[in-house]
Design a protein around this ligand. Sequence first.
Ligand SMILES: CSC[C@H]1O[C@@H](n2cnc3c(O)ncnc32)[C@H](O)[C@@H]1O
Ligand SMILES: [Zn+2]
Length: 444
Amino acid sequence: MAQESVDLLINARWVIPVRPAGVVLENASVAVSEGKIVGVCEAAEAKARYVAKETVDLPNHVVAPGLINTHGHLAMSLFRGMADDLPLMEWLSHHIWPAEGKWVSDEFVRDGSKLAMAEMLLGGTTTFSDMYFYPDAVAEEATRLGMRCQIVFPVIDFPVPGAATAEESIHKGLALHDEYKHSDLVRIGFGPHAPYTVSDDKFEQVVTLANQLDMPVQVHLHETAGEVQEGLEKTGKRPTERLHELGLLTPNTQCVHMTQINERDLEILQETGAHVVHCPESNLKLASGFCPLDRLLKAGVNVALGTDGAASNNDLDMLGELQTAAMLAKAVAQDAAAVSAFQALEIATINGAKALGMESVTGSLEAGKWADIMAVDLSGIEVQPVYHVASHLAYSTKSSQVSHVWTSGVAQVKEQKLLNMDVRELRTKVDAWREKIANTAEAN
Ligand SMILES: CSC[C@H]1O[C@@H](n2cnc3c(O)ncnc32)[C@H](O)[C@@H]1O
Ligand SMILES: [Zn+2]
């Protein structure tokens, strides 16, 4: 049999491809050519089948799809730890929004987003979603680095950095969408901020344009009980019902948070095919509430995972987030069997890809998909012994154990080191931002 030439062969002690579901391969390989996965099989078979330009042997590692961080505000990494121990509305109104008004610029977004991308790559994240200002700067930096992403531009009823009005933000966002419509890496969508900051007419405009152009929409929804109560008082409707009546909820829509869900809200999610993005650590830290993960999954709703911004989390560690999600789900359901280790891994990978409309290109290790891959080193004493490797990813491993990361087959992290970023230069820039911001009222 003639051997097939491939660019890269990764041989690992374990491979969890995520699809097919529940499979763990031992002594297995992933073959990559032209940035895409061409085969996943036992190592002995791979040795016979492929001749590789580069081989990476990972004898103590589990190889899995790169993690998908489905909700974040990347540049807010520059505000990490600036305002803690506050509930959502006080945190936003008295600290974050004033700080954003004062500091956020194109340069701030570039530097903060690069900081976030560095942290995410080191932790095994290969795809992210960003909802922030200057989305053009984020798209440029992600493309330069080679990270896959959805970038949703802000739609909000008050002036924001980079756009004096929602109309201006939409105008610029649509031009950005046009610029990236053929990109393999960047997908542009609408980011109407939340029911309490966006009026009906703006939501209607988003619905019309998103449907016309088949664009994704991401919205913060039912983050707190207070938001639902205020919505009921102002409109007579729960925010989910209101957005549904406006036509916003579709299979192209991602509802971030959803800590408050009654039977009707659940029905709406089921009927519309809208996705939920669970951000457990941000919800815990802001004391926002608990998204009922097990209940949603059992009802057939697609639930993906996000960190939210580093100013409310306070990290972008997706392995940590998936562990929090897995454990919290059991407490919330009062059922230790709720959300298995495999399901937890799915919400951080394939479910994220589904929510972002990228299921055909990433989220699992399957032939034909982009080679977005992470390897986690399981040789450390703190993860011995290894009985069930998926259990280790859901309950034991740390992001510092992520050893290798590839996006579209390009090595981004090798032996825990970033390959394509000047980390010292980044540190210098971040230190300069800290110096400036630390001396202001918002930071104190
Ligand atoms: C429209 S740009 C994003 C906007 O959202 C703010 N933000 C960050 N985290 C949260 C959150 O958990 N709930 C609501 N809004 C949030 C961010 O500071 C920007 O102003
Ligand atoms: Zn958010």
